[in-house]
Design a binder for this molecule. Structure first.
Ligand code: ACM
Ligand code: ZN
Length: 636
């Protein structure tokens, strides 16, 4: 932003007329000044745009457009009652722009137009935005495209638009054309390890919409709580959704549960709440994929209905409130009532979720109980299976067939490949990308979400300076940014099976919404650019600078944003004399790096420097005078 004009004249007027009671005058002035600063008309000139994800094409033009209270809105062939236009009007009203809807395009107008002729290049999700002296035209082939065009337009407005009441916003002329690289741009949220309420989930969906993410993977069941109302099995909610409260103790160091200790931690979504969230997501063009874990990660089920465990499993299962490893709880594959239970659950899940995928889990199921269970052994025998992975596969395929009859496809974690998988199942590759590669070669659709790039519950920076997260983990912002979901060893026809990728947020260490946001941001911005933008347009320097602006925007929108990684990284360039020219770089702009090369005397890094090969470089990082990274060693 270049400048802001405040309106002071009113204050001067007051100064001349209210002279009698000075204290009263002072009090009035304070109130008026506060009012003016918080809410009164200001003009702002936007000097550049920082759009995440990076659009396919963005060119700046001549001149500018001034958005003001006299700007009108033309919803043309979309119609003012269209949900996208209603959404757009609501957002603009929130910022005190309440454009009058006009019947035809005119100057000083925001236009939202569905293309008369389908633009093949834009496809279903693409859009164009044109800003010139007459106004802004957002155009797309579909309402979904218009919605994304509007999200881009929002990012063109000042970062503090939520806090400051601008009456004039000067937008430089530009032309944007944009469409996504991948159709699956996912964000996962585990609400079992910790429960997040309806408003928190909605805030997560808002974030997704702002960054053009379109698949919300909702991890609803696990060892630590069952989170969705199931009428036929009320114990799932009366028992399985609740556990003793240990949120004030570190995960993994919680006191054991007392006998008869009240279960006060947890919750579940009623069917009405699920419907509310699904509708909220749909308004933002986000599809919701519920995950119901089969056959493992089921302590909450087995405490609710112990008879669904294996025949001679005498474990007393309880909803977990700390680490549960190895996850031995497993539904009995030899018990017909388990299959009935799962089908009944699916019967209640399916009508709640209009999108055509149900995630059935399938990960990390330890099969020890099956190996000891006479019913599971009997099932193995009758199906002539030779290993227990086949038994898991059988169970999943049975459920797959059942949900398919109701028009749904399944997604499973990559373990579903182990005992054989049906060709129609979609595989979520989390243990690296190899599972996804194998699946794509077999003709299965794939969503890439390898831990090393996509697990946003991993530390984002030096654990010493971070709130607790998954031990021994690190996924920095630049690591996420380097992710490419497309394996280049696949043939073009195999590559068509890579639907896209996803960021996952497991919540063992995340027990409140602020912490969830802190872990998601700014890394979700990187994931958005990975999944939407063309690879040739990825540019770390530009992205890092944009993140600086988005931090301000996100904080103004009441999101908590992670402070980032202050660990420097080095590149080495061999010189003619055999020495190495060292360039240091880092994630967060404004970081000061000090270094020494063996003598213990730290100097501030200002420009590339030469060292002998084999030198150890020790760095210290500061940000706003605070140490953020200690004694980090770099070698070549
Ligand atoms: C997983 O992280 N267990 C899918
Ligand atoms: Zn069994």
């Amino acid at each position: 932003m270049i400048y802001v004009e405040n309106v002071w004249y009113f204050c001067i007027f007051i100064n001349r007329t209210i002279m009698v009671k000075k204290y009263l005058y002072n009090a009035c002035l304070l109130i008026v000044l506060t009012f003016l600063l918080v809410s009164c008309g200001e003009k702002v000139v936007v000097d550049h745009y920082s759009i995440i994800p990076e659009p396919v094409m963005q060119t700046m033009g001549e001149g500018s457009f001034t958005l003001s209270s006299s700007t009108t809105c033309y919803a043309g062939n979309v119609g003012q009652n269209d949900p996208s236009i209603k959404y757009i009007s609501r957002v603009l009203r929130q910022w005190h722009f309440n454009p009058v809807l006009v019947g035809k395009p005119e100057s000083n107008c925001l236009q939202f137009i569905i293309n008369e002729e389908y633009d093949q290049e834009l496809g279903e999700e693409g859009y164009t935005v044109k800003v010139d002296k007459d106004g802004v035209v957002v155009a797309a082939n579909s309402e979904r495209g218009l919605f994304y065009g509007f999200q881009t337009f929002v990012q063109m407005l000042p970062e503090d638009i939520n806090d400051v009441r601008y009456n004039k916003i000067v937008l430089p002329a530009c032309n944007i054309k944009d469409y996504p690289r991948f159709q699956w741009r996912g964000s996962h949220l585990d609400v079992s390890r910790h429960f997040f309420g309806v408003s928190q989930v909605k805030k997560h969906l808002d974030l997704m919409a702002a960054y053009k993410l379109n698949k919300f993977h909702w991890h609803l069941t696990d060892d630590h709580g069952w989170r969705i109302e199931i009428s036929k099995y009320p114990q799932l909610n009366d028992v399985g959704s609740w556990r003793v409260d240990r949120d004030n103790q570190p995960w993994g160091e919680a006191d054991p549960a007392g006998e008869d200790e009240p279960r006060t931690n947890g919750g579940y979504y009623t069917k009405e709440e699920i419907a509310e969230i699904v509708a909220y997501a749909a308004e933002r063009y986000i599809d919701v994929i519920p995950e119901i874990e089969i056959p493992g990660h089921c302590c909450a089920v087995l405490e609710s209905y112990p008879e669904l465990a294996c025949a001679n499993d005498d474990t007393t299962y309880t909803v977990q409130f700390g680490p549960y490893w190895p996850p031995r709880a497993i539904l009995c594959a030899g018990n017909d009532s388990v299959m009935t239970f799962l089908k009944d659950v699916m019967d209640e899940i399916i009508p709640l979720f209009p999108y055509n995928y149900i995630h059935i889990g399938g990960d990390e199921a330890v099969k020890d109980n099956w190996k000891r269970c006479p019913r599971c052994k009997q099932r193995m025998k009758s199906l002539r299976f030779t290993d227990y992975e086949q038994l898991q596969s059988w169970m999943i395929v049975e459920i797959e067939k059942y949900v398919k009859r109701q028009g749904k496809n399944i997604i499973g974690w990559d373990e579903i490949l182990e005992g054989g998988v049906s060709p129609e199942a979609t595989v979520m590759s989390w243990q690296g990308t190899q599972g996804g590669i194998v699946a794509a070669r077999r003709g299965n659709d794939v969503i890439m979400t390898p831990t090393s790039y996509c697990y946003l519950n991993f530390y984002q920076a030096n654990p010493e300076f971070q709130p607790p997260a998954m031990p021994n983990s690190l996924v920095t912002l630049d690591k996420v940014y380097k992710f490419d979901p497309m394996p280049h060893q696949l043939t073009p026809s195999q590559q068509k099976h890579i639907l896209g990728g996803q960021a996952n947020l497991w919540t063992e260490y995340i027990n409140n919404a602020e912490m969830a946001e802190y872990m998601l941001l700014p890394r979700l911005c990187a994931m958005s650019e990975v999944l939407w933008s063309q690879p040739a347009l990825k540019n770390w320097e530009r992205f890092r600078a944009k993140v600086g602006h988005h931090r301000i925007r996100l904080v103004a929108n009441d999101y908590k944003v992670g402070t980032g990684s202050f660990r420097p990284w080095a590149s080495f360039e061999k010189q003619e004399d055999g020495k190495l020219l060292v360039t240091l770089d880092w994630e967060v702009e404004g970081t000061q790096i000090y270094y020494h090369t063996g003598d213990g005397h730290f100097i501030q890094y200002r420009e590339p420097f030469e060292v002998e090969k084999g030198t150890t470089i020790t760095t210290l990082s500061f940000y706003h005078g605070m140490m953020k990274e200690k004694a980090y060693e770099i070698h070549e």
